[in-house]
Every structure is written in structure tokens, then in C-alpha cells.
Design a protein around this ligand. Structure first.
Ligand code: UDP
Length: 238
């Protein structure tokens, strides 16, 4: 493929909620199919893509802890939720002919591969989409931090955060129509102004590894491809 990429090897982080579609819980295979089409197009253009999907559409550790569960135990449930999402996305991608591998940070040898960095890199070089499941494998972390960690380990050119809006705004654009979108921010600004792009540990990990964070609208058709070639509307934090 002769596509000129701004970012060629990327980690795409999607929240679990992106898999719900119009529902308020769980997995909607139509929503997965839509996401899969965007990923497939970028992969066919020659990008190397790995995915991290959250688990908030099924279970969040903090919600369990709020109901009296032990936090670490609840976080294990949250991580298992991300494995379900990873398997759903694997299914959606393979239905349209995209080769994939799921690698879990919590070993589950009868379900999927375990995370092995060198193997994951090899999969990506061969054009397979690697879906990293179970976050970091540790409680008290988020899938944002898991995504930042994997982006660094995979030596990605960028970590893409697909959201509901086309970038980072000065205020919530859904509440204040006057809010302005930033084209470019630096890590320090995001941390100091608490712009809530992703959690602070994820941002500082990416800063230390010099990996830009690209925030873009996941639901805009063709958005992923455009962001990868540098044409799309987004905010780049770097
Ligand atoms: N989680 C965890 N360690 C990790 C990643 C995730 O314990 O490294 C748990 C945590 O309970 C979290 C849940 O998995 O609430 C789902 O992940 P997250 O909330 O990041 O999902 P998202 O908001 O992106 O859908």
C-alpha cells in the first residue's frame, strides 16, 4: 500500500460504551460491526493497528466497590468485562475477513492468547489486528492506562482515543456551544488544566514515551483513516 501515513502503527483505545450502540448496557453487534468497518479500512490501507477496549458497558470496578465489594475483586470483574468486549470485536472483525488475535493480560489459555509482547509485534507486522484484553492485568488501573502501556510496548506512533466528539474542547461542547476545540495541546496542559482526556497516569506514561495522543470522533465515517493520514479533524496532544 502506498498510503502516506502521519501515524502508521497505532493503538486505538475505545471505551466499552462504544460497543453498546443505542442500548444502555452490554454489547450491540451492529455497533461492533460499524467499528470493525472503520478498523478494517485503515488496516487495508496499510496501517498497523492494535486495539484496547474498555469494559464500562458491562462492569466498572468502582461501581462494584461502591456497592461494598472489595475493590480489587471488583476490578477483576471489570477486566473480565474487557475480555468479553475483545471477543465481540474479534468476531465482528473476522466476519468481514480481517485477521485478528486477542491477547489477554490475564492468562486464559483456552479462550485467547496471553499477552506476549514480541508475539504481538509479529502479529501486527503480519497485518493482524491485535486486541489487548484485561487492561494491565492489575486492579486499581484503567484501560486508558493499559492502552498507554501497550502503545509504549508496541512502539506505536500514536495512541488514538476514539470518542463521541472530534477532539478536546475548552469546555463540554454539548453544554456550551461556545466551547472551542484545540488542534494541538501539550501533555502538561492536559494534566495541569485537568482536561480529562484520559486519566493522569495514562497521560504521563505517554508523555514519558513521547507518544502523541490523538482524540477524534469515532462515529464519523472514515474518521480513522483520515486521522492516520493527517487529514481528519482531531486534537493532537504531544
Ligand atoms: N480494570 C482494571 N485494571 C486495568 C484495566 C481495567 O482493574 O488495568 C478494570 C476496572 O475495574 C475498570 C474496568 O476494568 O473499571 C473497565 O475498564 P474501564 O473503566 O477503563 O473501561 P471504559 O471506561 O474504557 O469502558
Amino acid at each position: 500500500p502506498s498510503t502516506n501515513f502521519r501515524f502508521r502503527r497505532v493503538l486505538l483505545k475505545i471505551s466499552g460504551e462504544a460497543l453498546m450502540g443505542a442500548s444502555s448496557f452490554g454489547i450491540d453487534m451492529n455497533a461492533c460491526a460499524n467499528l470493525a468497518r472503520g478498523v478494517a479500512a485503515a488496516s487495508q490501507a496499510g496501517a498497523e493497528i492494535c486495539l484496547v477496549i474498555g469494559g464500562g458497558n458491562i462492569f466498572r470496578g468502582l461501581a462494584g466497590a461502591a456497592q461494598g465489594m472489595d475493590r480489587a475483586q471488583a476490578d477483576h470483574m471489570g477486566m473480565l468485562a474487557t475480555v468479553m468486549n475483545a471477543l465481540a470485536m474479534q468476531s465482528a472483525l473476522e466476519q468481514i475477513g480481517v485477521p485478528t488475535r486477542v491477547q489477554s493480560a490475564i492468562p486464559m489459555p483456552t479462550v485467547c492468547e496471553q499477552f506476549i509482547r514480541r508475539k504481538a509485534i509479529r502479529h501486527m507486522e503480519k497485518g493482524r489486528i491485535v486486541i489487548f484484553a484485561a487492561g494491565t492485568g492489575n486492579p486499581y488501573f484503567t484501560t486508558d492506562t493499559g492502552a498507554a502501556l501497550r502503545a509504549a510496548e508496541m512502539d506505536c506512533d500514536a495512541m488514538l482515543k476514539g470518542t463521541q466528539v472530534d477532539g478536546v474542547y475548552s469546555e463540554d461542547p454539548k453544554k456550551n456551544p461556545e466551547a472551542v476545540r484545540y488542534d494541538q495541546l501539550d501533555y502538561q496542559e492536559v494534566l495541569a488544566r485537568d482536561l480529562r482526556v484520559m486519566d493522569a497516569s495514562a497521560v504521563s506514561l505517554l508523555r514519558d514515551s513521547d507518544i502523541p495522543i490523538v482524540v477524534f470522533d469515532l462515529h464519523e465515517p472514515g474518521a480513522l483513516n483520515k486521522v492516520l493520514t493527517g487529514e481528519g479533524v482531531c486534537t493532537v496532544i504531544g
